[in-house]
Ligand binder design. Structure first.
Ligand code: HEC
Ligand code: HEC
Ligand code: HEC
Length: 138
């Protein structure tokens, strides 16, 4: 009798496992991954991108000269005095996914931010984690 019950319980467990395997998986949220992650599969486009100023937009911001700061402040009607690379009003256009899920965030770790400190692929194409997981279906 005990053996029969055990066999039945085992059969139930196997059926449950099979059902679980068939159940649709929860869709993972789509996060920013950084341009370097796109490189292995999109080598030519990645290389072309590194050669345009989009790839250096944050470096350019960090290197803002006083004249450029004055001009940008006039253009944007802002009053940023120093370190534009920390001023939200400037950073938003010079990085990828500013304050978006998984994007560049003032409070994020410096490694994560470094991977997004430019006008990267995902600013135009959207966060890439889901595409990377199933690239063929994009
Ligand atoms: C593991 C390889 C792989 C990685 C990594 C990858 N891709 Fe792709 N990507 C592909 C393949 C393969 C296609 C072509 C899919 C197709 O035509 O159906 C593609 C197509 C695309 C397209 C064109 C889609 C279309 O509808 O024409 C864009 C845009 C793109 N990828 C952007 C990105 C970005 C941005 C990243 C980094 C966040 C990235 N890819 C990372 C493999 C990859
Ligand atoms: C609305 C988006 C936007 C905002 C906000 C913005 N920028 Fe820019 N910035 C750009 C674009 C686009 C360019 C490239 C313009 C061009 O080449 O004509 C640029 C270029 C620059 C450059 C030249 C970089 C280089 O490599 O030559 C500097 C410096 C700069 N911005 C500083 C700032 C500062 C300082 C602020 C804040 C006061 C700021 N930006 C805010 C979009 C923005
Ligand atoms: C400033 C916006 C912008 C950035 C940054 C950008 N792209 Fe694109 N990308 C585009 C546009 C616009 C197209 C053309 C779409 C079309 O013709 O349908 C395109 C096309 C593509 C395509 C498909 C067409 C092709 O020529 O094969 C891929 C793949 C792609 N981009 C990947 C990337 C990757 C990887 C990066 C970063 C290294 C990147 N893109 C950065 C805007 C951008």
């Amino acid at each position: 009798m005990i053996k029969k019950i055990l066999a039945f319980v085992l059969a139930l467990a196997v059926a449950a496992a099979a059902l679980a395997a068939d159940a649709p998986k929860a869709v993972p949220k789509n996060d920013h991954v950084g341009a370097k992650k796109c490189m292995p599969c999109h080598m030519k486009i990645y290389k072309a991108w590194t050669e345009v100023r989009h790839a250096h937009a944050f470096e350019g911001l960090k290197a803002t000269t006083p004249e450029q700061l004055k001009a940008m402040n006039e253009l944007l009607k802002t009053d940023v005095k120093e370190k534009p690379e920390t001023a939200a009003v400037c950073v938003g256009c010079h990085v990828t996914g500013y304050k978006q899920p998984g994007g560049y965030h003032p409070a994020a770790g410096s490694l994560k931010n470094a991977a997004l400190a430019f006008v990267g692929c995902e600013l135009c194409h959207g966060p890439g984690s889901q595409h990377m997981a199933v690239p063929i279906n994009d």
